[in-house]
Design a protein around this ligand. Structure first.
Ligand code: SF4
Length: 393
C-alpha cells in the first residue's frame, strides 16, 4: 500500500527467507505477496493467506499478538519458533527508530522514525495523571503550507499508509506499558493533515478502534479545516472527536495563516462543524496557537468568541512553539491569561494548554526540521489544494 513501490524491504528479507525454506514447509516465496507493505497494512484475510497451511486459529493468535499484545512476531511465544521466524521475516515493521527524546520532566517522549523509503515522521507520547495520549502523524510532511508550523515549513513528502499510522500507536502502547500505563487516547495532531489522507486515516482509526481497543470517543482528528473531510466524517459510524486548528476567526487573517482557508473559508467551515455536531453529538474544539501581535489582540479574542459560541466549541489556547522558519514568537504568559479571560468573559469555554516538551522539540514537525540540513522550503498553497483534491496515489 506504500505510495512509493520499493523492493528494498523484500531484498532485505531474502537471506532469512532462504534460510527458513530449508527448514520449514511453508508456501514458497511469501515475500512476493507482502510487497513493500508493513505488518499493520495487512487485513485479516491477507494475514490468513500468508499463514496458508497453518491451523486457522493461528490467524487469531497472530492478530491478537500484533494488535492487543503489541508484540513483535519474534516475541509471540504461543507460536512455534519456526513460525515466529517466518513471520518476523515477512511482516516487517514500518518504523525504524532514528531518535528518541524524553522531556526533562519525563512525561513526554518523542520519536523520530524512518520509513522504508527513508521519509521521516514523528510520534509523541504524553503521560498525564489521568490519561496517556499518543499523538500520531498521518503524512510525512504536510502540503497545507501553514507558515508558522515546522511541518508546513518542511513541505509535503507523502501520505502514510494505514499500517504506518497504526504502528505509531502500537509502539506508543509498548512504551506506555514499560511505565505501567495504558495508552487511552489517540490524537491526530502530529505531522500532516489527516483529512487530506482520508481513506488511510480512517482505515487506521477503524483498526485502532476494533483491534487495538481505543474507543472512538478517545480518538481525536485534528484538521486545519478540510470541509469535505469533515462532511465525510459526519457520515461515518464512529463518533470520534473533532478538533479544528483555527488560529484566526476572520477570513483575511486566516487566509494568511492557514492558506486552505482560501478554499474553505470560515463560513463553510462553521457549517461543516455544525453538521458534524448534529450528526455525532461530540464536543468540538478549536485550537488557537497564540502568536505575539498576530492573533492575540482584543479584536481577535472577540472574533474567536463570536465564532465559537454558536458551535459551543471549546477553545484551547497554545502559545506558539518557536520554529526556525517563522519570525513570530508565542504570546507571553501574562497576555495569554488576559486573552483567555477575555474569551471566557464573552461566553466561550477556554483552556490554556501548556507546551509539552519544547525542550525536546516536541511541537509538530520540529524534530524533523531540526535534523534537516539547509533552508526550510515553504509549501505553496496550491500544493494544499492538490493534496486534498488529488487522487490517492
Ligand atoms: S499546522 Fe497542521 S495542517 Fe498546517 S502545515 Fe502544520 S501540520 Fe500541516
Amino acid at each position: 500500500m506504500s505510495v512509493l513501490p520499493c523492493p528494498r524491504g523484500a531484498h532485505r528479507d531474502w537471506p532469512l527467507l532462504l534460510l527458513f525454506f530449508k527448514i520449514v514447509d511453508h508456501p514458497p516465496d511469501p515475500a512476493h505477496r507482502t510487497g513493500d507493505r508493513s505488518r499493520f497494512d495487512f487485513d485479516r484475510d491477507e494475514l490468513a493467506s500468508l499463514l496458508e497451511g497453518e491451523p486457522r486459529y493461528r490467524v487469531d493468535q497472530v492478530w491478537d499478538g500484533l494488535y492487543r499484545q503489541a508484540v513483535d512476531p519474534a516475541d509471540m511465544t504461543n507460536l512455534p519458533k519456526d513460525l515466529r521466524q517466518h513471520l518476523d521475516g515477512i511482516l516487517r515493521p514500518a518504523l525504524g527508530l532514528l531518535t528518541e527524546s524524553v522531556s526533562d520532566s519525563g512525561d513526554t517522549v518523542k520519536w523520530l522514525w524512518s520509513l522504508s523509503d527513508g521519509r521521516q515522521v514523528e510520534t509523541v507520547l504524553m503521560v498525564y495523571p489521568d490519561r496517556v495520549t499518543a499523538c500520531v502523524s498521518s503524512q510525512a510532511g504536510c502540503a497545507m503550507g501553514c507558515g508558522f508550523c515546522a511541518t508546513g515549513q518542511g513541505g509535503f513528502d507523502r501520505h502514510l499508509t494505514a499500517g504506518e499510522i497504526v504502528e505509531q500507536v502500537v509502539r506508543a502502547v509498548r512504551r506506555g506499558r514499560q511505565a505501567g500505563r495504558r495508552v487511552s487516547n489517540v490524537v491526530f495532531m502530529g505531522m500532516g493533515e489527516p483529512l487530506a489522507n482520508y481513506d488511510r486515516t480512517w482505515a487506521a482509526i477503524r483498526r485502532l478502534h476494533d483491534d487495538v481497543g481505543i474507543g472512538a470517543r478517545h480518538i481525536t482528528i485534528s484538521t486545519v479545516g478540510v470541509v469535505p473531510g469533515i462532511e465525510r466524517m459526519a457520515r461515518e459510524d464512529l463518533p470520534v472527536n473533532l478538533a479544528v486548528s483555527l488560529h484566526a476567526a476572520n477570513d483575511k487573517l486566516r487566509d494568511e495563516l492557514v492558506p486552505i482557508n482560501r478554499r474553505y473559508p470560515l463560513g463553510a467551515l462553521s457549517q461543516a462543524c455544525a453538521r458534524y455536531l448534529e450528526a455525532k453529538g461530540r464536543r468540538l474544539s478549536f485550537e488557537w496557537a497564540l502568536m505575539d501581535g498576530v492573533n492575540d489582540r482584543t479584536v481577535d479574542a472577540a472574533e474567536l468568541a463570536a465564532y465559537a459560541r454558536p458551535l459551543r466549541a471549546h477553545v484551547n489556547l497554545i502559545p506558539l512553539n518557536p520554529t526556525p522558519g517563522y519570525p513570530a514568537i508565542g504570546t507571553p504568559p501574562h497576555r495569554v491569561s488576559t486573552f483567555a479571560e477575555l474569551v471566557r468573559s464573552l461566553g466561550t469555554n477556554v483552556t490554556i494548554r501548556r507546551n509539552r516538551g519544547t525542550d525536546i522539540d516536541a511541537a509538530c514537525g520540529q524534530l524533523r526540521a531540526s535534523l534537516r540540513p539547509g533552508p526550510v522550503p515553504i509549501a505553496a498553497p496550491t500544493a494544499a489544494a492538490e493534496a486534498i483534491s488529488g487522487p490517492a496515489p
